[in-house]
Write a protein that binds this ligand. Structure first.
Ligand code: SAM
Ligand code: GLN
Length: 310
C-alpha cells in the first residue's frame, strides 16, 4: 500500500490511533502536534487537507505521536502552552499551566488594579509563591504594566524556565526570582540577608506586598495515584503533592504570609476540590485575616480563595 500521507489522511489516522490508545482528546491533540511539526496554525490544516507531508515532517510527526502514546502531555512535546492569551515555554520541570488558574490571575489583576488607582497611579507589588513556568506572576505583570513582583520556587529548573518566559514576555525588569522554600527567601531578603541578587535584596528590604499569590501543590498524597497518567507520571511530583490532606502549603502560607502583606492587602490561592471552605476558615480562625472571598472556576468548582487582612 503506497498511498500518500496527506494532512487530512494522517490526521484521521492519528485520531483513530489516539482513540484506541485511550487519549482523551484525540483529534485536538493530533491537530496541535501536526500544526507544531509544520509550524502552522491549526486552521491551516483544515484548508490544506490534500497537501502531502514531506518525509522529514512525517518522521518528526511520528516521533511526536510516539511520545503522546507514552502519555507525555502535548504541552511538553511542543514545549509551550497558552495561558491568559500569552505563550509560555513549558518543560518537564514545570507544571503545565491550567485554564482554571486563569481565575486566580483574573481575580488578582482586578483587585490589584483597584488598589493601584486610575492608570495604575500607585505601582503595586506582589509575590507569587511556587511560580513554575511563571504563568501567574508573568501574566499579572503583562496586564498591569506598572506592577513589580518577587517570585519563589523550590525548583531551580523551574526558575530557569520562568526566567526565560519573563524575558520573552519582556517583563524581566519588574521581577526578582528566588529559589527556596515558600516565603523563606522573602523574609531573608527583607531582613537584609543575602537574596539571590544583592540589589534585589536591598530593594526588597523592608518592603511589604499588596498581595501574595500562590497555586501551591494541593493534591492529597494518596490521591496522586488516581490522577490521569499524564499528570501522575509526567508532571513533577513537587508541583502536585500537598501532604496527607493536601493542605500543608495553605497552613504555612496562612501562618507566615501576614507578616509580608500590607494592612490593606490580600493573600489569594488556588485550591483543590472541597478545599475552599476549609482554607477560608483556616485564614479567619488564624486571626490574621478578616474577610474572605471564594471564586468558582469554569466548571463551577470553588477554585480560588482570597483573604484580606481587613
Ligand atoms: N504557579 C504555577 C502555575 O500555576 O502553573 C505552578 C504551580 S505548581 C501547582 C506548584 C509549584 O510550587 C511548583 O512549581 C513547585 O516546584 C513549587 N513548590 C513546591 N514546593 C515548594 C516549596 N516548598 N517552596 C516553593 N515552591 C514550591
Ligand atoms: N490542578 C492540578 C491538577 O489537577 C493540580 C495543581 C496543584 O496541585 N496546584 O492536576
Amino acid at each position: 500500500m503506497n498511498e500518500i500521507w496527506t494532512i487530512g489522511r494522517i490526521l484521521k489516522w492519528t485520531e483513530n490511533f489516539f482513540k484506541e490508545k485511550g487519549i482523551e482528546s484525540p483529534r485536538l491533540d493530533a491537530e496541535v502536534l501536526l500544526g507544531h511539526v509544520l509550524e502552522k496554525e491549526r486552521i491551516y490544516l483544515y484548508v490544506h487537507f490534500d497537501e502531502p507531508l514531506q518525509p522529514q515532517e512525517l518522521a518528526e510527526y511520528r516521533e511526536a505521536i510516539k511520545q503522546r502514546i507514552r502519555r507525555v502531555p502535548v504541552a511538553y512535546i511542543i514545549g509551550q502552552r497558552e495561558f491568559m492569551g500569552l505563550t509560555f515555554h513549558v518543560t518537564e520541570d514545570t507544571l503545565v499551566p491550567r485554564p482554571d488558574t486563569e481565575i486566580l490571575v483574573q481575580a488578582a489583576i482586578e483587585r490589584l488594579k483597584k488598589m493601584s488607582g486610575v492608570e495604575e497611579a500607585r505601582p503595586v507589588r506582589f509575590a507569587d509563591i511556587g511560580t513554575g513556568t511563571g504563568a501567574i506572576c508573568l501574566s499579572v505583570l503583562h496586564y498591569l504594566t506598572q506592577a513589580t513582583a518577587d517570585t519563589v520556587d523550590i525548583s531551580e529548573a523551574a526558575r530557569k524556565v520562568a526566567e526565560e518566559n519573563a524575558e520573552a514576555l519582556d517583563v524581566k525588569g519588574r521581577i526578582t526570582f528566588y529559589t527556596g522554600d515558600l516565603l523563606a527567601p522573602l523574609f531573608k531578603a527583607q531582613s537584609g540577608g543575602a537574596g539571590d541578587k544583592a540589589s534585589a535584596a536591598e530593594e526588597t528590604a523592608g518592603a511589604r506586598y499588596d498581595a501574595i499569590l500562590s497555586n501551591p501543590p494541593y493534591i492529597p498524597d494518596a490521591d496522586i495515584e488516581t490522577l490521569a497518567p499524564e499528570v501522575r507520571c509526567k508532571e513533577p511530583r513537587t508541583a502536585l503533592a500537598g501532604g496527607a490532606d493536601g493542605l500543608d502549603f495553605y497552613r504555612r502560607l496562612v501562618a507566615d504570609s501576614p507578616a509580608l502583606i500590607k494592612d490593606d492587602g490580600f493573600l489569594a490561592v488556588e485550591v483543590g476540590i472541597h478545599q475552599a471552605q476549609v482554607v477560608a476558615k483556616m485564614a479567619t480562625e488564624s486571626g490574621a485575616f478578616a474577610r474572605t472571598e471564594i471564586l468558582k472556576d469554569y466548571g463551577g468548582i470553588e477554585r480560588v480563595v482570597v483573604v484580606w487582612k481587613k
